[in-house]
Structures are given as C-alpha cells and as structure tokens.
Design a protein around this ligand. Structure first.
Ligand SMILES: *Cc1c(COP(=O)(O)O)cnc(C)c1O
Length: 388
C-alpha cells in the first residue's frame, strides 16, 4: 500500500468502529490488574489459565536465572544456548510423550517455523477454517498448496483428502482447542484420516496444554490416545511465560533446528523466560490435581452462576466461555459497561469471528477466587444487554 493512503485507511477503520488501541494494564496478581489511573480490575480475558505468572516458585526460578543474563545474547545455534531451554525441551517432550521438542520464541513463530520448514512446493496442507492466525500465516509462507476445510467437518476433510492428488506430503493442521469457541478438535477422526491418507498430523495445543486432559497434557490426553505427529504449543498461556514449542520425533526436531528460519535467525528467549516456563511445567507435573482441579472447579462454578443469572453461553469442556451477542456494537457495549464496573472481558468481533457472531470471550483461570467469580457474575447480570 502507499504510505500516503494510510490516513484514508485509518479513517475507514475508525468509521467501521474497529480502530483499536493498546490499553496498559499491570497485573498485580494472576487475576487482578490496575491501569495507569490506578483503577483496579478483575481480569477475565487472560490466557494465564493456571495462574502460573504469579506463582512463588515460578518467580523464584526467574530471580535465580536472571543471574545468567537478562537476555540470551543470540540465536541458539550461534550463541545464547541457555541451559534452561535445553532442559525445557526435554521435559516438554516427556510431558507430551514425544522424543524431543524445539523451543521457538513465540507460539506464533512456532507455527510459522514448522510449516515453513516442513511444507513446500508439491505438498498440500489441509487446514481447519477456524485455525489460529499463526497457522494461517504459516500456510501462506510455506509455498505448499493449502486446502481449507469447514470447521471440524471431518466429512469435508475426508472428501478433500480423497480428491486432492499429490506426489508430495499431506499435512493436516488444526488447533487442539479452538481459541474463540473453546471447542476441542475431533482427534479420533483426524488420526483415522491421517493414517488412511498417510498425512502428517499437526495439532496446536496452545489453549489445550494445561487446560484439558486430567493432568493437563492437552488434546491427546483428553481423548486418551496418541497419534499426533507434531504437537505445537505455547509457553505463554498456561505455562505463564513466553515462547512456543514443537514436540515430535527426534528426526523432525533435528530437521527443524537445521532448517527452520524462525529458529535459526532470531535471538532466543532468555534463561529467565525459559526458567519460568520450566518451573511452571514442573509445578503442574508435580501437582496436577491442584492446578487442573482448581481450573475445573472454577470453570464449573462460573458456568453454574452464569446459568443462574440467565446469561447464555456456548457449552464446552474448556475454560473459554463464549457469550455470543450477535451484533458487534452489543458486544462492545457490554464489555465497556463491565469494564466501567471493574470487570475486564474481551469483546471479539469480525474478522476474528464470523459476522453476526460477535461475542464476549470470558476465560476462567485456576487463580480466580470465588469472590471474584461472584463479583463478575453480579456485574455481568446487571450490565447484560439483550441482543440475540
Ligand atoms: C495464542 C496462540 C498462538 C500464539 O502463541 P503465542 O505464544 O502467543 O505467540 C498460536 N496458536 C494458537 C492456537 C493460539 O491460541
């Protein structure tokens, strides 16, 4: 685009009511934040599902690792190969029942890095219509052909797999838990299809790790099965840090370290950042019931209270609670009213979700107290907008 066209474009975004600004918020606990004016909020739009960002042991691990530098100093193949990341790779691999894992700097970069490195001309990627933007972008830069199937429609996927001729590799890529609706991918069908069509199955468990499965291992554990070839995930959600990972066979991870440009050409996350994720992972592995139990109980309690308050939400097995409003303005207005009263919720609108399904996306975490949940439901009930 022409730089001189930017003012016009910005005006258009404003006219559509879609101009967005960053609002500063300082998290003082895993569930409470304050803004620059000192106003305090209970936060229901964070992906810190297990409250790991403020756990004492995680903080302690970061304080200790700061001794090894505030930054890593370089990419891991050339410099900056901090111990914590190699340790984390081993432990994540074990957690995900894979031979090995590779850490990338963000979950976003992980999807780009995996698809860019593995899928090329002649290959075909079959991608769910509601996949995360990082998967969409990974498909775009991969140079492979991309076939998008309607959301979780296994019949449509099978038809596409059947009618697509290729000499190259087939990839099926999907979110494990879909970020906007909180629904879980149909792993049993995906594994069946990938076997029939000899495809490589990539599942992005960004919202599944530490959220579903009895011990938080994600989509595979939720269904009590294996069969995922490459497990993508992030360190930035339930693991309370920053970064992403791909867990797979050692041959695939070795290949990624040698061929994935986002891995090779970017300075790695620091020892402290890796140490935070490692400490969080260990906490979860040692006390699955403490964390997963709190998350389940809080989510169940919240859903019960929302039902009592006659606030409709989409059903599901995760801690993502979508309250579909319909009109964009209604979702925006509802979020604004709740914000005014100290409850932070996200209004999600097109293009993040289809037109006419604008919604509030509420996330419950293990860190919320009963009082905070009660307070939120009271405010949400009083501010509710009948729109649907
Ligand atoms: C959040 C998310 C990502 C991106 O992870 P970051 O660590 O925030 O970059 C990737 N995939 C899915 C499905 C996500 O929800």
């Amino acid at each position: 685009m022409k730089i001189s066209d930017i003012p016009k474009e910005l005006e258009e975004i404003r006219t559509e009511g879609r101009f967005r600004k960053v609002r500063d918020l300082r998290m003082i606990t895993a569930s409470r934040g304050v803004d620059r004016e000192g106003k305090e909020y209970i936060v229901f739009n964070s992906n810190d599902y297990l409250g790991m960002t403020h756990e004492k042991e995680v903080e302690e691990a970061v304080r200790n690792a700061i001794a090894y530098g505030t930054g890593s100093g370089g990419a891991r193949l050339t410099s900056g190969a901090v111990f914590e990341l190699s340790d984390l790779e081993k432990e994540i691999a074990a957690f995900k029942h894979k031979e090995d894992a590779v850490i990338f700097n963000t979950g976003y970069m992980t999807n780009l890095g995996v698809l860019y490195a593995l899928a090329g001309p002649g290959d075909v990627i079959f991608s769910d219509a509601l996949n995360h933007a990082s998967i969409v972008d990974g498909c775009r830069i991969s140079k492979a052909a991309v076939k998008v199937y309607p959301h979780s429609d296994m019949k449509a996927l099978e038809k596409l797999l059947h009618e697509t001729e290729t000499e190259g590799q087939r990839f099926i890529v999907t979110d494990g838990v879909f970020s906007m609706d909180g629904d879980v991918a149909d792993l049993p069908s995906l594994v069946k299809l990938k076997e029939i069509y000899n495809a490589c199955l990539i599942v992005d468990d960004a919202h599944a790790t530490g959220v579903i499965g009895e011990t938080g291992r994600g989509t595979a554990e939720y269904y009590h099965m294996e069969g995922i070839d490459i497990q993508v995930g992030t360190l930035s959600k339930s693991l309370g840090s920053e970064g992403g990972f791909a867990a797979a066979s050692r041959q695939i991870t070795d290949y990624l370290r040698n061929r994935s440009r986002p891995f090779i050409f970017s300075t790695s996350i620091s020892a402290a950042t890796g140490a935070a994720a490692l400490a969080a992972l260990r906490l979860l592995e040692r006390n699955p019931e403490t964390y997963m139990g709190a998350l389940r109980r809080n989510t169940g309690y919240m859903k019960e209270k929302l039902t009592e308050a006659n606030i409709p939400f989409l059903p599901g097995d995760t801690s993502i609670i979508p309250i579909v409003m319909g009109r964009e303005e209604a979702a925006m207005e509802y979020a604004a009213r709740c914000r005014e009263r100290g409850i932070l919720l996200s209004a999600i609108r097109p293009p993040s979700v289809p037109a006419g399904t604008s919604r509030i996306r509420l996330t419950v975490t293990a860190a919320h107290t009963r009082e905070e949940l009660d307070r939120a439901v009271k405010v949400m009930k009083e501010c509710f907008i009948e729109d649907c």
